[in-house]
Design a protein around this ligand. Structure first.
Ligand SMILES: Nc1ncnc2c1ncn2[C@@H]1O[C@H](COP(=O)(O)OP(=O)(O)OP(=O)(O)O)[C@@H](O)[C@H]1O
Ligand SMILES: [Mg+2]
Length: 384
């Protein structure tokens, strides 16, 4: 039997745990064509939730589209995708779709044909056009017109929305807000893991998106239902696990779905022969995972400066420490605060650390501290 605990990509169907309440909540919001800001720390399952919500919408016959801002380095590309994807979600007839796409002023359809002879079209900004904001607004407006014309609802999901800052954020947000306010056939979900940035966007009076929609803070998957999901799969594979060990997994993974999937995946492999799950096996999992990911951590380590390494060591020894306190700096022999600040900024930017809403600095990858402690046991101070 294949390992049912999948990680790293989008999980669907029987491999997707729970989230029923969240899907129902999104459904209620989108029925009313509201705007929702879906916010959580990294790896909590926003992208998986959006995708599975999309499948749920498919069953209801509601049109939807998903865009990941990471995929569009410039605003022109985002504008083209937003217009093209929305149109495709609303119009399934190829001829009518092409006709619709050719009616844009600022965006040009670019056709391609796959090996089966199916024509597909994307929209691009024409080379001469230097106004991507207008192109974006034209695309959004056309989507609203099309939805109105077809008497359909459309759900637009924009993932990694905090990335919008890279496109001269303020002007883009301002233009999007005034356009969105005139939409009566499209509901929007903006999703992002830069929590303070996303919250700021909606809660700061000076920002264009101020109170544009409600915040849906995605928490961990409830232990009760996630526990049943895990036990169910383990039982199907012939494994036995008791509740204490299951709790041990949730504790080790801090309830973060990615971590839990990873721990369970490794547990499945580790106990594949005996099918016996002991507490000792459960406790051995984080280090096993850390060692599997060693090449990745080594690369991070090699490119880190000495003070960045010292800070990472300090945080792996003392995850709840206040990095700017004198005590923390004395105990770990790091500082001054200005150099810690520079190291933090760089590690945050590289996505190695993240800042929590209560101003703690944590490893994005929970297993990395296990690796750091492991190599220190092996090599002592030489590693610096
Ligand atoms: N409901 C779920 N059931 C099972 N596994 C899940 C679920 N949600 C998330 N996961 C696991 O967590 C991993 C990360 O999920 P996902 O990429 O959706 O998180 P994210 O919040 O979008 O992260 P990021 O902020 O880094 O983009 C998935 O690859 C999957 O292994
Ligand atoms: Mg994601």
């Amino acid at each position: 039997m294949e390992n049912p605990f999948r990680y790293g990509g989008i999980v669907t169907g029987n491999y997707f745990a729970d989230r029923t309440a969240e899907i129902n909540e999104l459904e209620r919001e989108m029925e009313n064509l509201n705007r929702v800001f879906l916010i959580s720390p990294r790896r909590y399952g926003k992208t998986c939730l959006l995708y599975n919500f999309g499948r749920h919408l498919d069953k209801n016959g509601t049109a939807w589209t998903y865009l990941d801002l990471n995929a569009f380095p410039d605003l022109g590309g985002f504008a083209g995708a937003m217009a093209g994807f929305s149109a495709r979600a609303l119009e399934t007839n190829t001829d009518r779709l092409l006709k619709f796409l050719s009616g844009f002023r600022r965006l040009r359809p670019s056709m391609s044909m796959d090996s089966d002879g199916n024509i597909s079209a994307t929209l691009e900004m024409s080379g001469k056009d230097k106004d991507p904001i207008s192109a974006l607004i034209e695309g959004m407006r056309q989507a609203e017109h099309l939805a109105a014309q077809k008497k359909k609802k459309l759900v637009v999901m924009i993932d990694e929305f905090s990335d919008v800052e890279k496109y001269n954020g303020y002007m883009v947000e301002k233009a999007m807000r005034s356009e969105i306010q005139n939409h009566f056939h499209i509901g929007y979900i903006f999703s992002g893991s830069e929590q303070s940035m996303m919250l700021n966007m909606v809660q700061d009076k000076t920002r264009p998106f101020y109170k544009l929609g409600r915040i849906l803070a995605l928490g961990p998957i409830r232990r009760g239902s996630y526990g049943r999901f895990i036990k169910g799969w383990l039982q199907e594979g012939g494994y036995r696990i008791d509740d204490d060990q299951l709790d041990g997994i949730f504790e080790l993974g801090k309830d973060v779905p990615y971590n839990i999937q990873r721990l369970c995946n490794t547990l499945w492999e580790t106990a594949a022969e005996s099918k016996m799950i002991s507490s000792a096996i459960v406790e051995s999992l984080p280090l096993k995972i850390a060692r599997q990911d060693s090449p990745h951590y080594e690369m991070i380590w090699q490119t880190a400066t000495k003070s960045q390494k010292n800070l990472m060591i300090a945080l792996s020894d003392d995850p709840h420490g206040q990095v700017f306190s004198k005590d923390f700096q004395m105990v770990h022999g790091i500082g001054p605060s200005s150099s810690i600040k520079a190291s933090l900024d760089s590690l945050l930017k590289k996505g190695i650390l993240a800042k929590t809403l209560d101003n703690q600095f944590v490893f994005v990858d929970e297993f990395m501290p296990f690796w750091i402690q492991d190599i220190r046991r092996d090599k002592g101070k030489l590693m610096l």
